[in-house]
Design a protein around this ligand. Structure first.
Ligand code: C2E
Ligand code: CA
Ligand code: CA
Length: 786
């Protein structure tokens, strides 16, 4: 029990309260008992004083009776008359003995002693008798009584006149106040009784007493001289005992005084109350004990559940929501516990939801990247400990962006769900876990596995994706690229293992080869690619691209009627870079779209400046596969033309056969939209692809460009000549314009003209030149023609 705990406070409060009440009661009762006891003692002392008085009175009566009997005896009176001392003494002695007198005397009327049973009495006795004479002479019946000190001892004296019939003498009888009365007194009143007589030095001389010698001597030391008949002494300490006492004056003469001390022990008087007090004390202790126990139990009933709830709260704070709340009561604490349980469940649910949102992909219900990384970390740790290997597959869907663009995002979402489902089905319930890293990127973790297993799984996944996916009556063919990387061969931590798998995945996609296992060489090329991509971006920003143009000549008139726009990269360090070195890469990475936009814009600008100078030349621009996939291209193109105030008819767009064949449906769609705008379309590098004539016929093209590989050496190669000739005829038959590129000499130029080819382009006419030099060149060309 802690000192400042609620429990200890309540218990302390209880005990202090009980103690205070009990102590107050205890002292009140003790005081009452004390004053009661003292009042009772005083009362008892008064009563005992009366009893003592009665005893004296009894003695006096007896003596008086004895004296009377003696005085009335005829023989006694005769003996007095005859002065028969012997008879007198014998009568005094007889009667005195009978009535308990210690001595008796006969006194003459002149107050002298006629006879006495005690011959040792001195004159001193006579003076003690004096007051008796006075009293008796004045009384009606001629008798008197008193207490007096005779020969230093207290006595009760009685005096009676002897009449015959007139007074002839006095009889005195004396009885000592001594052991007998003290003993009687003790018997009747439970008092200690002591007789003290004063000495000549003023101190008390102890007489008979019910106390022992030592006590009575102590008593003699402390009892004060009294002036009244009797006096109360409330506190008298003898030895260890407390007494209350009453001092009664018994007799006094000129020198001496005798007193009786009646004393009662206070402690004895209080003894019965003491027992009561002890019982009260026991009750108090018992009460405190019971109160403590009850308060401990009561507070335990309150603080116990509270402590339990506090513990639970602590565990909740530490994120443990399993703590059971077992407090089941119908009071406020029960309510609190109930509320607590509700709160715990609420927090647990919310945390579960937060975890789900933080670690689970809401679309596919697969772990997200964060969770996958932590699972991968665990798997690596475990593999490390057990010297095993673990693998990661990373998969990116082909053409997903395209599907998303064309079919809409909700369709894309459905597709991703289907892919997740297939992935999960393929993996089953084992330790191998799928995850969605984001977009159309998925990953699979194979803890404790081999490369062979990983590669087999990749193959199975790819096979499962081969089957077309149908959603909302639409069927989609999905391919994917998978990269494989493993611990410990490829990386030692989760993040680098993932990035290795990613590198392998990109390699797989570029090579269109399904699954690729990571090798350091891939990383090198991919590193280079990455830096190349960023260089391309910088080049665009810093305007390091130049637009070159190469003229096209109409073979019948010899006039320059068109140009082909060709891009060049003037690298600040590497210098002049030909498009072959960066166009394929730009196509792979999709950067080509930005390049094409730049070329279109630049070409339009140049074109409009020439128009302003009075030169109407058709501008040919090359498009790549990726451009054809861009649904937005026609719009962008239209914007550019509009900005430069050029009609679409001023442009011809060159597309290679292979670019069209990558995705014929989409390509056709784009081409149709472009053609509808009024722009010419040309099939570039014609003859190198494998497209069927029937298919080509369905395309909205205007021009065929015979690939330069057939033209370059056609004057020497009869086969090439035949191919060029038949291509020209074919084109014409299909109603198309035919252009030959790669014309490097006069012979070829003449041959083409003979064959009826429409236009020629090549070094023989001009190499590609910076666009701003074209007009100068054109002037020279035109003046050379005329
Ligand atoms: P292409 O579309 O077939 O372009 C014609 C290529 O043939 C040009 O090479 C041109 O310089 C070259 N050529 C023209 N006449 C002769 C000749 O008499 N003899 C020889 N040997 N070659 C000749 P260039 O400029 O190096 O372009 C190479 C390829 O790069 C182009 O082939 C084209 O596919 C691509 N390219 C160039 N510029 C662009 C562009 O702006 N956009 C796109 N998408 N591709 C471009
Ligand atoms: Ca071209
Ligand atoms: Ca070409």
């Amino acid at each position: 029990m802690r000192l400042h705990s609620l429990q200890s406070r309540v218990v302390t409060l209880f005990i202090v309260l009980i103690l205070a009440v009990q102590l107050a009661g205890f002292f009140a009762i003790r005081n009452a008992i004390d004053s009661n006891a003292r009042a009772a003692i005083r009362e008892e002392l008064k009563i005992s004083e009366k009893i003592f008085g009665h005893l004296l009175e009894q003695n006096k009566q007896k003596l008086t009776e004895g004296a009377r009997v003696l005085a009335s005896e005829f023989a006694f009176r005769e003996a007095i008359a005859t002065n028969d001392t012997e008879t007198i003494v014998s009568a005094l002695d007889n009667l005195g003995n009978r009535f308990g007198a210690s001595f008796s005397m006969l006194l003459r009327l002149d107050r002298t002693t006629a006879a006495s049973t005690n011959n040792s009495l001195t004159d001193n006795t006579a003076s003690a008798l004096l007051p008796l004479f006075v009293q008796a002479e004045q009384s009606d019946n001629g008798s008197a009584s008193s207490t007096a000190i005779v020969e230093g001892h207290p006595y009760q004296l009685v005096m009676i006149s002897v009449k015959a019939p007139v007074r002839i003498a006095w009889v005195v009888m004396a009885i000592p106040i001594d052991q007998k009365i003290v003993a009687d007194m003790r018997e009747l009143s439970a008092m200690q009784v002591s007789l003290l007589t004063s000495k000549s030095d003023g101190n008390w001389k102890p007489g008979v007493s019910t106390l022992n010698r030592e006590q009575v001597e102590q008593l003699a030391q402390i009892v004060p001289r009294i002036s009244d008949k009797s006096q109360l002494i409330a506190d008298l300490k003898i030895g260890d005992e407390d007494y209350s006492a009453r001092v009664l004056k018994l007799a006094q003469n000129a020198e001496l005084m005798t007193v009786a001390v009646l004393q009662i022990s206070v402690s004895e008087a209080i003894a019965p109350y003491k027992k009561l007090q002890r019982n009260l004390l026991i009750l108090t202790v018992l009460g405190v004990f019971i109160a403590s126990v009850i308060s401990v139990l009561t507070t335990k009933r309150i603080t116990g559940p509270m402590r339990q709830l506090a513990d639970t709260a602590k565990r909740l704070g530490a994120g443990d929501y399993t703590a059971a709340i077992t407090v089941k009561r119908n009071d406020e604490i029960g309510d609190l516990a109930q509320t607590f349980a509700t709160m715990r469940d609420g927090i647990a649910n919310r945390e579960k939801e937060i975890r789900r949102l933080a670690y689970w992909d809401t679309l596919t219900n697969l772990p997200n990247r964060a969770l996958f990384v932590s699972m991968l970390q665990d798997a690596i740790k475990q593999a490390q400990a057990k010297e095993q290997a673990c693998f990661v597959l990373m998969m990116d869907l082909d053409r997903f962006k395209h599907v998303n663009d064309v079919m809409g995002h909700s369709f894309g979402d459905q597709l991703l769900k289907q892919v997740a489902l297939r992935l999960s089905n393929e993996l089953g319930q084992g330790a191998t876990k799928p995850a969605r890293l984001g977009g159309d990127e998925f990953a699979v973790l194979l803890p404790n596995s081999s490369l062979k297993e990983a590669q087999e799984l990749a193959t199975r996944i790819l096979q499962s994706l081969e089957k077309p996916i149908s959603i909302e009556d639409q069927t989609v063919d999905l391919g994917a690229g998978i990269g494989i990387a493993g611990f410990p061969d490829n990386a030692n931590d989760a993040e680098s293992l993932l990035s290795r798998a990613e590198v392998a995945m990109y390699a797989a996609k570029h090579a269109n080869s399904g699954a690729v296992t990571y090798m350091p060489e891939i990383d090198k090329t991919s590193q280079q690619s990455l830096s190349l991509l960023s260089e391309l971006r910088t080049a665009l920003e810093q305007e390091n691209f130049r637009l070159y143009v190469q003229p096209k000549v109409a073979l019948d008139s010899g006039k320059v009627i068109a140009v082909e726009a060709l891009i060049r990269w003037i690298h600040p360090e590497r210098g002049f870079i030909y498009p072959d070195q960066f166009i394929p890469f730009a196509e792979q990475t999709g950067f080509i779209r930005q390049l094409t936009r730049w070329v279109l814009n630049e070409a339009a600008r140049v074109c409009s400046s020439w128009i302003a100078d009075g030169h109407q030349l058709k501008m040919s621009v090359n498009l790549s596969t990726r451009d054809l996939m861009d649904q937005d291209l026609p719009n962008k193109f239209a914007d550019i033309l509009e900005r430069h105030h050029i009609t679409p008819a001023a442009f011809c767009l060159e597309i290679t056969e292979s670019a069209i064949m990558d995705d014929p449906v989409r390509a056709q769609n784009t081409l149709e939209r472009l053609h509808a705008m009024g722009t010419d379309l040309s099939i570039d590098d014609f003859g190198t692809g494998y497209s069927s004539l029937a298919y080509l016929k369905s395309l909205p093209v205007d021009e065929l460009k015979i690939d330069k590989s057939f033209v370059l050496k056609m004057e020497q190669d009869i086969d090439d000549t035949k191919i060029v000739k038949s291509t020209i005829d074919l084109g014409h038959n299909m109603g198309l314009r035919v252009v030959a590129e790669g014309v490097e000499n006069k012979e070829v130029m003449s041959l083409l003209k003979e064959m009826g080819c429409d236009q020629a382009q090549g070094y023989y006419i001009s190499k590609p030149m910076p666009s701003d030099q074209f007009l100068t060149w054109l002037h020279i060309w035109e003046s050379a023609q005329s």
